[in-house]
Design a protein around this ligand. Sequence first.
Ligand code: UD1
Ligand code: MG
Length: 463
Amino acid sequence: MSVLDVVIMAAGKGTRMKSSLPKVLHPLAGKALVQHVIDTAQTLNARHTIVITGHGAEQVEAALLQANASAGLQFARQMPQLGTGHAVQQTVPLLADDGVVVVLSGDVPLTQANTLQALIDACAGTRLALLTLNMPDPTGYGRIERNASGAVQAIVEHKDASEAQRAIREIYSGIMAVPAKLLKTWLARLDNHNAQNEYYLTDVVKFAVADGVAVVAHTIDDAAQVAGVNSPVQLAELERTHQLRVARALMEQGVRLIDPSRLDVRGMLRCASDVHIDVNCVFEGVVELGAGVKIGANCVIANCTIHAGAVIHPFTHIDGEKLGVSVGEGALIGPFARLRPGAQLGAEVHIGNFVEVKNSTLAQGAKANHLAYLGDATVGERVNYGAGSITANYDGANKHRTVIEADVHIGSNCVLVAPVTIGAGGTVGGGSTITKSTEAGALSVARGKQISIANYKRPVKKK
Ligand code: UD1
Ligand code: MG
């Protein structure tokens, strides 16, 4: 087994994206295009992963260093950008002679690791291995030219190809595996005498043939794995292709999707058995759904664990960010609920419409069913938290906690000014502003006393 080094070309301009964001940083499934390529490359256990940057180099490098802090990425700058061969020439000082180099493109996000492994196997440490594909419409791609006995002779770029060569359906994917030592000798021989005046990486094939080195094509039939992104339309098409594959994989595990074309997973979604997901749901970050969980239509759920049997009603927004959100067994959430970082909900908790929960723990059976805010609160078992009530957790400078002990009943439209504790079993009358902690079992009312004036006459308008 040879040592692997991965080279990712990401210096091109991406003119057709018509965007100030460098093309390779545009997201697919919530992750930069080039990050997909890096993540796949990581699974190959490469010794070095070198990203070639040029257009928007500072922005690309900064984004990748942040996202891959511990991955030991290396960068090679290509200024100006004179073609794919010129791009790979910039990595020569970083490449040891003993390895096999896998060349990838930062704008081809969906190549699978097993495809790359098969290509590496085809290279076998000695050959030039090209990933190829037969396309009904090969316009724009480099064509694989073979001789009468079928041996690969050259890659001819579309713009340089004759009519006869343009009829060839087998195209080069832009992905190759090649022994580093040979690659270096071939890169040194490239010129730019072609239709685009560029240094073509694909010219190494001619040199391999001339040097008597075997050239092998590993041909796949899954076009999505080699599809590149050049325009917003292609990006959206590839996003759908990817999402449909994710949806299919989930259904094959037993997940019930009402419509696989209306699901978006931008991260990792893990599902136990008998999960139901209605239409137009978006999952981000890491989301885990326990057995029998039901997700209603139009939910956005990020960084959250939802335990068995919980039901998330439509239009609920959950984002655990870094702290996470946990929804207990059999809990009922929404419709129109909002769970923010640090919401830890126990079993059978009910959170109803227009209720926001942030950095709060709710014990088993606690309920906040309508129009309420719970922030920095610890809520005991079976608490009933009335409509319109809020914890005033922020004094303008610091956040404080509210403790609501077990079996408390908070009436409607209360303000609990933190720090404050409502003792177990206590009751707070509707409309109260509570600023002092209350004893267990007490009824607390803090509002203007009602007065009623009998037979009151309303003023009448003067004539
Ligand atoms: C390339 C191949 C073509 C193949 C096609 C597959 C060459 C000469 N041609 O063509 O045979 O069918 O990919 O998609 O290699 N890049 C740089 N620096 C540069 C130029 C490009 O880093 O100076 C990067 C781009 O950012 C991109 C990749 O290389 O990630 C491919 O470049 P692109 O211009 O898209 O090459 P194609 O013309 O598509
Ligand atoms: Mg391209």
